[in-house]
Design a protein around this ligand. Structure first.
Ligand SMILES: [Zn+2]
Length: 410
């Protein structure tokens, strides 16, 4: 028997067991793990199920063993299709379905299902982790997810995420993005997503979800930018002298100085990374793209004889080539927040409970392990492509030989 068929058979058997119980009652706890759960855990699960029933909403809850033979995508398909079937069987307008692993950690799949299909009320609820990077234990995860689903179904305020930080606060060693929880589940997004998600058929939804999340493990390879945005020519053009202002007031001279700094930053970046156009690290070409866009903006302003000044171009924090209506967006978790520029598409995706695609780069030079660019500690991460400080400033601080010699104060 191949691994695939034995896995499929195990899944089918699990499905049959759950389905048999759900025909009688909403709570299924797999026999394989029941003996491993404490009294407290079972009580918490039962209570949460009862409280959900008391709201008048229809729910199904399965505490299942982890089947780790295959990847996460398969679980998403299995649980979301199962959830949709249960919704059809329930005949209700809304059906809440929650699968939680009951072993060492409660990896969970939570669905609010309507006739339009199952909706996951967050970017990555199946991997809900605490701020200390532990998985939430089952006795906290189950009540929390059920409350999230109830709030989403009723359009009411979501519950606070469980506070499960076991770590000494004074002993943190994270970068600022992790500290602000950008890469953790965002409880604000959780419920916002569930209540606002657009109507999609289940099959279409699954397809989109699989496509959408493949970027998580892969280095960014597109958009390629060098040819499509003619970046080499733009770099050459940016080396031409910055035009002296037509209107020689202080403000315009300040812009002129900024133009010189952008020019220096572009020179520093391309000298520090002469392979920027071919590198597997797409942060460099995104950096060049941002700097030449700023360079062109400065030149346009300096040549302008009349008319309104153009606002400085902004770039999406998650993927700088996104340019559609970039606005400030507050990313929040557990009372902490981080303001970044986000494009309209990424804001919409967050609102729909999805994880927008990010610029994925090698963890360190030469590495094939992909991480979001802001998990590193370089000029791009420090700038957020303009969200935290202008990219030209960050690049000059990090890459220019003169500035580096003057001493970095970090
Ligand atoms: Zn974006």
């Amino acid at each position: 028997m191949t691994e695939t068929t034995s896995y499929a058979r195990a899944q089918q058997q699990l499905r049959d067991r759950i389905r048999g119980t759900w025909a009688q009652q909403p709570l299924y706890i797999d026999e394989i793990i029941r003996s491993g759960l404490t009294e407290n855990q079972i009580t918490a699960i039962r209570q949460a199920s009862q409280e959900t029933e008391d709201t008048g909403l229809t729910h199904f809850l399965a505490i299942i063993p982890g089947l780790r033979v295959r990847g996460y995508g398969d679980w998403a398909k299995f649980t979301s299709e199962f959830a949709f079937d249960m919704h059809e069987a329930s005949g209700q307008k809304q059906t809440l379905v929650l699968f939680s692993e009951g072993e060492t950690s409660a990896r969970s799949f939570a669905y609010l299902v309507t006739d339009n299909g199952p909706v996951v009320p967050t970017g990555a609820p199946e991997l809900m982790k605490s701020s200390s990077d532990d998985f939430i234990p089952v006795e906290l995860a189950v009540p929390y997810y059920l409350q999230v689903l109830v709030a989403a179904a009723k359009g009411t305020e979501p519950p606070q995420a469980p506070d499960f930080d076991t770590r000494d606060v004074g002993d943190r060693n994270e970068d600022y993005i992790e500290r602000f929880g950008l890469d953790n589940s965002d409880p604000d997004t959780l419920v916002f997503g569930a209540t606002t998600v657009a109507a999609l058929g289940a099959a279409l939804w699954l397809l989109r979800r699989r496509n959408r999340y493949s970027w998580r493990t892969e280095l960014t390879t597109k958009p390629e930018l060098v040819a499509s945005r003619n970046l080499k020519k733009a770099v050459a053009e940016a080396a031409a002298p910055i035009p002296e202002p037509v209107r020689p007031d202080d403000e315009t001279w300040a812009l002129y100085d900024r133009g010189r700094r952008i020019q220096d930053a572009l020179a520093a970046l391309t000298a520090a990374h002469p392979d920027w156009a071919e590198s597997a690290d797409f942060a460099h070409r995104n950096g060049v793209f941002v700097l030449v866009t700023l360079d062109r903006w400065v030149r346009r302003q300096l040549r302008r004889r009349s008319g309104r000044a153009e606002d400085e171009p902004r770039f999406c924090f998650l993927f700088p080539h996104h340019r559609k209506v970039v606005e400030d967006h507050v990313l929040k978790q557990s009372g902490r927040s981080l303001t970044v520029g986000l494009c309209a598409d990424c804001r919409e995706q967050l609102a729909a409970g999805h994880d927008p695609e990010r610029l994925m780069v090698p963890k360190r030079p030469g590495s094939t392990r992909a991480v979001p660019y802001f998990h590193r500690d370089d000029a791009y991460a420090l700038s957020g492509f303009g969200s935290f400080q202008p990219l030209d400033e960050a690049v000059l601080d990090e890459m220019s030989p003169q500035r580096s010699a003057a001493g970095r104060k970090r």
